[in-house]
Design a protein. Structure first.
Length: 135
């Protein structure tokens, strides 16, 4: 199963794990968060991320999801990328994370594509023209 590391500005990573736990009613396995603090040393962030990857990688690979391209968390992922083994996506959203968790029993390539699809399809305009049938 593909491991998932959320490498984000604090406190987003842990909050996303809590939201996923709420949706799935249990905390998913092989997922960790490294929440980067303001002015945290990038070398320390890298070491924390590397250690987390080692813990959650069962040999299937790890998907690292970061919040915003160009920030310290995403900049620290550049040294972590190993195509086909450790993949990185920037721009986390809850739909993206839920898709990644749902499809991570597949290959890492499928997990990445499904996470990206979740992020793209999960963003939509909501206004009074949208009607949702009550349950």
């Amino acid at each position: 199963m593909v491991g998932i590391l959320l490498l984000t500005h604090a406190p987003l990573g842990r909050a996303f794990i809590e939201a996923a736990t709420h949706v799935f009613r249990t905390e998913p396995a092989q997922i960790e968060a490294v929440d980067v603090l303001a002015d945290q040393d990038p070398k320390e962030v890298y070491e924390l991320a590397r250690a987390a990857i080692d813990r959650i990688n069962d040999g299937t690979g790890v998907l690292v999801i970061t919040d915003v391209m160009g920030g310290t968390p995403s900049n620290c992922t550049l040294q972590l990328c190993i195509p086909g083994e450790i993949e990185v996506i920037a721009g986390i959203s809850l739909p993206m994370l839920l898709r990644a968790l749902t499809y991570r029993h597949n290959t890492i390539d499928v997990t990445v594509e499904m996470a990206l699809a979740g992020g793209q399809s999960g963003a939509c305009r909501v206004d009074n023209r949208v009607r949702v049938a009550p349950n």
